[in-house]
Design a protein around this ligand. Sequence first.
Ligand code: ATP
Ligand code: MG
Length: 422
Amino acid sequence: MRQSRLFTKARREAPADEVAKNAQLLVRAGYIHKEMAGVYSYLPLGLRTLNNIVQVIREEMDAIGGQELILTALQDKELWSRTDRWDDEKVDNWFKTSFKSGGETGLAITHEEPLTRIMTAHISSYRDLPVYAYQFQNKFRNELRAKSGIMRGKEFLMKDLYSFSRDEAEHGAFYDRAREAYAKVFARVGIGNRTYVTFASGGIFSDFSEEFQTVSEAGEDTIYVHEQKRVAVNKEVLSDEALGKLGLSRGDLVEKKAIEAGNIFHLGTRFSEALGLLFTDEKGERKPVVMGSYGIGPTRLMGIIVEVLADNKGLVWPEAAAPFKYHLVSLGHGGDEISKIADALYDDMQKAGVEVLYDDRDLRAGEKFAESDLLGLPKRIIVGKEAAASGMFEVVDRASGAVEKVSHANLLSSLQPPASSL
Ligand code: ATP
Ligand code: MG
């Protein structure tokens, strides 16, 4: 993509109405637009980033047997009344509205109820189990706090997977695989080393649910980390009794601020019993399906990556999330020799199928570099005087600042996908 064609413009100043680092940088760099407090649109660079994060999660959910679907945003009041999650006294963050034809509806806060009901039409025997279904879908929550930018939206993207199993043992085996899949997701997007499995409240048929908490000063949660064991305990459950069950002692734990990137939850038979999701087992007995739920917020994850990886010059994307892998920056002016060399390299990179943003604009070098730092693409290729004189380009690593000098031919061969081993 030629940057001269990109409609979004980077700005020098941080927006005055944002306190969160993630929103300040993403708005400045033109990745997102703030509609209202806690409500953001994703512009081309932001959408490419978000789609990359979604794809990492999708691959890991598919790898553990997930089947992708998409459910509706509009929710059926009658269904949610059956599980006692419709009343504002029970769930306080619904956005509700009414139909012209009469009756109320709400915008989806989560999807246990509708998916469980759908499964009653597809699951009747032990032979139909287990089933793992997931989606990427916008959730709507009337969140009170809106200080965390895209990490706490009123409208936000969630990946939610639900598992349907015959019994506790089958459920437990999947739950363990989901935990591993989550660890892979967080490692692939560059935050694995600061993300901890964290014991929290809310488990049914087990003492704890598990959150994946990423340590960051911007976090709203307080956790207690056991560095050697790479686990943590959420403040909300920190007690002598809980520590005893987990085999941890208070003296080994260090208090940290953290952000919940995802969670995995035992639901037991709460929803299957309330909504009549039963199956016939091998002995002909009718039993409720054992369920679990597994959430990750891709938009929150994008915000977390910004919070923990960005530096004082701007965004820093890991390869897996970056909207483009390369930022090709030409220091040429008005079709001079440098511009021609940069054009040729851009064409060759395009042909090789490389994701490259090409800064072909006629601007001062300092301005281009500052903006390139702000956008945060992993590798910057600089085509300047040296390229014209000796045919060498500087390749700068955004995260480390390391500089390499590479020729056109070597650069292109390093971009070629590895030869097939067939
Ligand atoms: P929190 O305690 O931070 O409000 P939660 O317990 O409400 O999170 P869930 O309802 O389990 O979270 O949602 C699953 C995942 O969706 C979370 O782990 C998080 O990544 C994401 N998420 C939850 N609320 C928001 C939000 N308001 N904005 C963006 N992402 C969110
Ligand atoms: Mg919440």
